[in-house]
Design a protein around this ligand. Structure first.
Ligand code: URA
Ligand code: SF4
Length: 209
């Protein structure tokens, strides 16, 4: 199977998945969308109200802001892969639980990352950050790229957080403005090897630039 077929297969599995409790309350599961050969992948937290209604990621207010942030660096949402840590909406937008994150990411997100093999992963918010960079505090590390097995992971604030807390807006804008340079720089380091979500990953394996 090529990457496009793998992503389609994953989306089909997600749409009828019952592997964790979140399937009970969802309307539509949200697998994520974008080109299979995208250089950059955005990982949000989980579907909200509008995403659950439409089965598409980041289509509410946070999505509109994400599109604005992308436009400022010359990108459209069609050019990047956008997905979430968990694919079904946590009821009332509660935080996703550790066991839900574990099941969903091991079953789907891990395979999406392998298939797309992006140069840069941008985590949006602390939950997706902590999957890849355990124990990090977003206020300390936002905008600072970490190299994980040849791939750059750039933790950023969640766009919804910046909408609710105005002082974060210039911070997230500044972090986004670095992305074109980081993507270009990533071309000069070694090929990604995948496996970034495996259990043996420890923070000590990471090196801050
Ligand atoms: N917030 C998220 O984390 N993901 C979405 O898809 C929408 C809002
Ligand atoms: Fe399946 Fe993930 Fe939805 Fe849980 S959140 S039911 S694991 S797709």
């Amino acid at each position: 199977m090529n990457s496009e077929q793998i992503l389609k297969e994953i989306a089909t599995e997600v749409s009828s998945c019952t592997m964790c409790e979140l399937h009970h309350s969802r309307k539509f599961a949200v697998p994520g969308e974008g080109p299979e050969n995208s250089d950059i992948m955005f990982i949000g937290e989980g579907p909200g109200f509008h995403e659950n209604e439409q089965g598409r990621p980041f289509v509410g207010a946070a999505g509109k802001f994400l599109e604005e942030l992308l436009a400022k660096i010359g990108l459209s949402r069609e050019e990047v892969f956008i997905t979430n840590l968990v694919k079904c909406r946590p009821p009332g937008n509660r935080d996703p639980r550790p066991e839900e994150v574990k099941i969903c990411t091991k079953t789907y997100l891990d395979r999406q990352i392998q298939a797309i093999n992006p140069k840069v992963i941008v985590t949006l918010g602390r939950f997706s950050m902590n999957l890849l960079i355990p124990n990090a505090k977003i206020s300390n590390v936002h905008g600072q790229p970490v190299q994980i097995k040849g791939r750059l992971v750039v933790p950023m604030y969640h766009p919804a957080a910046a909408l609710h807390q105005g002082s974060l807006r210039p911070v997230i804008e500044n972090d986004f403005s670095q992305l074109p340079r980081l993507i270009a720089e990533r071309d000069s380091i070694s090929q990604p090897q995948g496996d970034e979500l495996k259990d043996e990953q420890e923070p000590k394996q990471l090196s801050l630039f």
